[in-house]
Design a binder for this molecule. Structure first.
Ligand code: PHE
Length: 357
């Protein structure tokens, strides 16, 4: 076989390609599945033994030469293409490159992350609990009597009962994790103090409007410590912790006030108000002219709850709070409609800073 003659034809075909597409076709002809160059190299096997070394050497040299020519031509076309692009009238090398669309964190996640950072820096631990909860942990263990209105079906999403499993529901608050955490801590040989936060999703069968959602986020806090001498966990500790938390999250100094609030699982129970960050207490539409915004239900852990958790209320005291995360986010960013959070409108979500964590 006249390898030399073929070599010239192939090199000519490569040189004769007018553009990258033609060159690609030539390449398939030469090196594709039935490529002629590869066939030439393989044809060595059909020769008498003594001719093989010389032919093999020559064929390989041709193959390498053709490959090199192809590569050079390919590179030349690429350079031409680039030059064309750079020379095009509408090419502006100072323009920023295409921006990759990046996801942004949901504002609730942003605020939750900040709160978790803050509380872990204060020595709290993150605790999880189930969204499908038992009636026992959601209500009974929290000293919420059977006839309490919160149990009525208008507030609670009850689940189909399963034989032998008792009644289950979608948790209406993160408080059930209080007793779960205490029980677990006691089972593991309780070493006070216990300081946990429980960020989580809660559900209530509410009519949805500007300030009510059926699905919402809370962050429960629980601190329990042994009474030492005269001293146990006090309301002063609670207020201090809450003030620190609100100052960080609302990014300004805050004044707080406590009003009595009724929750069966705390005694005394409080509603903690913060002076309105929008009007600085002067009175505006956000605070309904009162100068104060109700933000944080909290209180001292009820002795019955400590008992359900397995602790002696004579020896241990604690405080708990249940922050409504949407509420905090609304105050922080000045959002006035809670439905925005789960409305799925990207224009709303894209307003929040991209945060890479
Ligand atoms: N779990 C209560 C609620 O959702 C809030 C709360 C938590 C109150 C902890 C006091 C202490 O309404």
């Amino acid at each position: 076989m006249d390898t030399l003659a073929q070599r010239e034809t192939w090199l000519a075909a490569i040189a004769g390609a007018h553009d990258a597409a033609q060159l690609a076709a030539v390449e398939t002809h030469l090196f594709g599945p039935k490529g002629v160059v590869l066939e030439l190299v393989r044809s060595v096997t059909s020769l008498p033994k003594e001719q093989r070394p010389a032919f093999g050497k020559a064929a390989n040299a041709v193959k390498q030469e053709v490959e090199a020519a192809l590569a050079a031509q390919r590179e030349a076309f690429a350079q031409q293409a680039l030059a064309r692009e750079l020379g095009a009238a509408d090419f502006d090398p100072t323009e920023p490159g295409p921006r990759r669309a990046r996801g942004a964190l949901h504002p609730i996640t942003i605020v939750q992350n900040e709160l978790v950072d803050l509380f872990t820096s204060l020595g709290f631990q993150w605790q999880d609990g189930p969204e499908v909860e038992s009636e026992y942990f959601n209500f009974d263990a929290l000293n919420i009597p059977a006839d309490h209105p919160a149990r009525e079906s208008q507030d609670t999403f009850w689940l189909e009962p399963h034989a032998g499993l008792g009644k289950n529901l979608l948790r209406t608050h993160t408080s059930p994790v209080q007793v779960r955490t205490l029980q677990r801590a006691v089972a593991q040989g309780f070493e006070p103090p216990l300081k946990v936060i429980v960020p989580g999703r809660c559900f209530r069968s509410e009519t949805v409007d500007k300030s009510h959602e059926h699905t919402f986020y809370q962050m429960e806090g629980l601190v329990v410590d042994r009474v030492r001498g005269e001293h146990g966990v006090s309301t002063a500790n609670l207020i201090h912790t809450m003030k620190t938390c609100l100052r960080v999250i609302l990014e300004r100094d805050v004044q707080v006030r406590l009003r009595p609030g009724f929750f069966p699982f705390v005694e005394p129970g409080f509603e903690l108000d913060v002076n309105c960050p929008f009007c600085k207490g002067q009175g505006c539409s956000v605070c309904k002219q009162s100068g104060w915004i109700e933000i944080l239900p909290c209180g001292m852990v009820h002795p019955n709850v400590l008992q359900k958790g397995g602790l002696d209320p004579e020896q241990f005291t604690g405080f708990a709070f249940g922050m409504g995360l949407q509420r905090v986010v609304m105050l922080r960013y000045g959002i006035d409609d809670i439905r925005q959070f789960m409305g799925g409108d990207l224009r709303f979500l894209q307003q929040f800073p991209e945060v890479a964590r």
